[in-house]
Design a protein around this ligand. Structure first.
Ligand SMILES: [Zn+2]
Length: 144
């Protein structure tokens, strides 16, 4: 028997920035007991499902995420939580590709760069930290 169903795979290049700075006031569905990774996973799934709906997708196959190192997310736990949060939706079983981005940590006086966030430079200068706190949904692959 021939199947006459066409399967088109579209790649949507979508960049979505989610702001977690106002986390305290964020009381949408997230209980106080939910783990750190679960709140990110729920946000990811929520956004991905919205994108999928907007694009009339039937299935989400892959999600590309960029995550700042300073968010201190455990990749394995995040993957598990995304699976959990997406179960029963069209994003269930979607592959997750996670990239951890490093922050730029630099002294404003001498310009020395550091790998870890510190309070003050060895020269006494003030440290500036840029990036490393963003979660970006870079790309979502879906079948329409
Ligand atoms: Zn310095």
């Amino acid at each position: 028997m021939r199947r006459r169903r066409y399967l088109c795979l579209w790649r949507f290049f979508v960049v979505t920035r989610i702001d977690f700075s106002g986390d305290k006031n964020n009381n949408n569905k997230m209980s106080k007991h939910s783990v750190h990774e679960m709140s990110f996973a729920q946000a990811i799934v929520e956004h991905v499902l919205r994108l999928a709906e907007e694009n009339g997708a039937k299935k989400v196959s892959k999600i590309y995420i960029e995550m700042g190192e300073l968010l201190l997310v455990n990749p394995e736990q995040l993957e598990f939580c995304v699976q959990l949060a997406s179960s029963g939706t069209i994003a269930e079983g979607a592959e997750l590709e996670l990239e951890i981005t490093k922050p730029q940590i630099e002294c404003t006086s001498c310009g020395k760069r550091y790998d870890e966030p510190i309070a003050i430079c060895e020269c006494g200068g003030i440290i500036k930290v840029e990036g490393g706190k963003d979660m970006v949904i870079k790309k979502v692959e879906m079948e329409v």
